[in-house]
Design a protein around this ligand. Sequence first.
Ligand code: 5GP
Ligand code: MN
Length: 345
Amino acid sequence: MKSRVSRGKSKIKKLLTEGSRKIVILTHVNPDGDAIGSSLALCRVLKKMGHIVNVITPNVYPSFLQWMPGNSEITVFYNALKKARLMIQEAEIIFCLDFNDLTRIKQVTAPALESTAHKILIDHHPTQKYFTPMVYCDVNVSSTAELIYDFICSLGFRNFIDLETATCIYTGMMTDTGCFSYNSSNPYTYRVVAKLLEMGLDKDYAYAKVYDNFSGSRMRLLGYVLNEKMEIFEEYATAILSLTREEQKRFRFQAGDSEGFVNYPLSIKNIKFSVLFVEKEDHVKLSLRSKGSFQVNRFAELHFNGGGHPNASGGEMHAPMQEVLKKFRELLPQYKNELADEKVK
Ligand code: 5GP
Ligand code: MN
């Protein structure tokens, strides 16, 4: 089944080839490796073509993502309200990367909606409806970064991809596939990786920058959470982890420190559904992961105001941790059949 949706490509090409444009690239709140990698890759290519480009993230992102080429030029909206608003106001083109629901850019939604710029969406999350007429989307692609590679090549701009851009693209692909352990069974993904390697990509360097870059307290926090906070619900093939504000303080928690925690319970035999609950100032953030056909995006959408991919989603609830956990535990029996019947490949 064809999953690629490409609309307005000739208009996009025209916009990008007829003189220098003021361009803004927006990505989602709590940006991950794919959000930052795809934004910086596209930014670099567009700059090489002679455009004036700014990348804006709604909020800060972890230090293990702050090394990619071009990182220092990213504007964090919450830290530079006036400057970021002006960039959006003056933009002639706005690219929206790695999200397809405007609520995902939080405070940036209003200025983005007010802007009359041409908007182009590039994404790989499922949706019923696109908020821009110009789109380049595909739910079956590993990452937005892989789509960015295709997008650039399909417009005939491949010669603008240099080693730095290749590093950003690879980092997006690597992080969104758990180092090619899921969402990465399409041979084409590896053809892209091969092209990037031919350009001189040092993939081991990218890996080390992301995964060998943790603080000692983050490792201790992981040990603590797995040892003392993991709850296993065998009859529902489910395991959960939770992290309160007090625990975050105790382990000198930095943005991104709990990244990846949610994947650990899926290594337990027969566990198919894993959730991490992280207490924030006024809400609890959920990270949901599954193996096989249990769709966590549907679960997150229905119960926790969230969404994402079928096997990797997020959500949130504005209530104290105990209430959120109670709601979750009470929901599980409804899913008993789905989780129990589920076959893990
Ligand atoms: P994570 O658990 O790593 O924060 O997010 C996993 C996936 O779910 C990512 O693709 C992310 O974009 C998506 N996601 C995370 N939180 C939310 C949310 O609150 N709403 C929606 N719609 N998607 C989310
Ligand atoms: Mn992504």
